[in-house]
Design a protein around this ligand. Structure first.
Ligand code: GRF
Length: 211
């Protein structure tokens, strides 16, 4: 039995109608490799998001931080999240399909403790409005030979935080944005859990203070 006091605790943040495939890949990687990492909880913002079914199947607790629930408690999204993070003693905040912008106060307070995954080779194809199939469509339209995956720290701007790890993939000969998305997603499912495991082991860290 794992010593729960020594667990590296993470939270997954998703928003909207999140599909949750990265969330599931992370949970499976942790369990298949018997890692000392625990997904303490999942945050969702939409009660109809498909990710809920995955959380139920995996037995992972989730919190619905939507307008209605937040208003009832007179809290902002970040205030409620802060309470949950404190209660669960979370080490790392993992964004997976989370489209909202976190407040700069929150981001500064948790600097280098929030990471995101982006389905392209940042700094290309990032920024406001660049999410989901829009990213793959832009890459396809530009007729690029390569796309990829970027895992980066989160700062107060979309997709501009320091890149932790990137992986390139050849997309020559692919015939649609959907085909690119499929190839890129497979890499996401491997790369994101690996980065989380390396952060938990303190294998990756930056000394220069930039993020
Ligand atoms: C992924 O493509 C990820 O790169 C992006 O949002 C998508 C989430 O997909 N940030 P899923 O919900 O993990 O299936």
């Amino acid at each position: 039995m794992k010593d729960k006091t020594k667990m590296f605790k993470i939270v997954i943040l998703s928003s909207g109608k999140s599909r949750g495939s990265n969330f599931q890949a992370i949970a499976e990687y942790i369990s298949n490799n018997n890692l000392n990492i625990q997904i303490s909880f999942l945050v969702i913002t939409n009660p109809n998001a498909p990710i809920i079914k995955r959380a139920e199947r995996l037995g992972i607790k989730y919190y619905l931080l939507n307008k209605k629930n937040l208003q009832k408690e007179h809290l902002s999204f970040e205030e409620k999240l802060e309470i949950l993070l404190e209660q669960h003693k979370v080490n790392l905040i993992v964004l997976a399909g989370f489209m909202r912008k976190l407040s700069s106060d929150f981001v500064y307070k948790h600097k280098k403790r929030i990471i995101n995954i982006h389905p392209a080779l940042l700094p290309k194809y990032g920024g406001k409005g660049m999410y989901g199939m829009r990213v793959h469509k832009a890459v396809f339209d530009a007729k690029d030979d390569y796309s990829g995956v970027s895992v980066h720290y989160v700062n107060a701007e979309y997709d501009t935080g320091k890149i932790i790890k990137q992986e390139k993939v050849c997309i020559k000969g692919l015939n649609s944005p959907e085909e690119i998305a499929e190839k890129v997603l497979k890499i996401e499912h491997r790369l994101y859990p690996e980065v989380i495991a390396e952060l938990a082991e303190n294998i990756i860290h930056y000394q220069d203070g930039s993020w």
